[in-house]
Design a protein around this ligand. Sequence first.
Ligand code: XIL
Length: 329
Amino acid sequence: PVPSLKELYLPYFDIGAAVNLRTMESQKELLAAHYNSLTAENDMKFERIHPQEGVYAWEAADRIADFAASNGMKLRGHTLVWHNQTPDWVFEGEGGAPASRDTLLARMKEHITAVVSRYKGRVYGWDVVNEAVEDQSGDRLRQSKWLELAGEDFIANAFRFAHEADPEAVLFYNDYNECNPEKRDHIIRLVQSLQNQGVPIHGIGLQGHWNLHGPTIGMIREAFERYAELGLQLQITELDISVFDQADRRTGLTAPSAEMIERQAERYEQIFGLFREFKEVLTAVTFWGAADDYTWLNDFPVRGRRNWPFVFDANHQPKPAFWKIANGL
Ligand code: XIL
């Protein structure tokens, strides 16, 4: 028999999965058996839930919230303010001009208030701001319409609006390449400056889009240690472990090799061992999917390339990686 991941990890942290309406149906038994937390892969993003000014499309997000509730799962909200998957109208002003700072912040407030209020008491925490830090070097925030039109304090404002709408919600800053030392330190400085201004922020989301080769265990450990010094809770929010090394651009593989599967299992073993060491600060580990029949990594970042990043295979059976993280607990 296959033990339940969520039950094995009860003494440690929640086990989450990202879903869309298709996988919520095709993977429903697996989701109910092994996961106690859910995230909408796309259906709570701005372009989906608020496609036009004054028009909200709640149906898909509501179905995900209902599924979580009827299966006794927690629900994370993803995401309120991001440079991607946000409709153009948000940034447009009168007569083709860009929106003014005031207009943009008013729209942000209206959006956050509507979405957070609707799921109050159902979504326990939100990725309030996603990916606002620049990847390469320096101290710059990512170039985006939010930054360009509203200025740096769009971030503080987003957190304040979310807190007003649901004072109980756990509010996260979420980002990727989060274990890269330079970017890590920049994220830390950003969060410290929010804390110094009294901005309501309660957690750091580490996306965890990793591969066979990186980040190294040493980098992940150091990242956990540094982030933990902020005194906030940490979550892994979008875990997947690509079976390819960074430089491997090979396409056309229809199944992973035995070697990939073995190396992936070893990576999962080490990584979950580390996660367990940090159980005092790490409150959830969410996979960006659940089983290898669907991952956003198919075709990304290499077109025509499939991927197999999870601990369950395409038939929802446990892979060697599953047994590595399940055994000996
Ligand atoms: C991805 C989804 O998985 C895709 O379906 C979509 O086309 C693009 O976005 N970081 C995030 C997630 O915070 O929202 C992204 O999700 C993956 C990277």
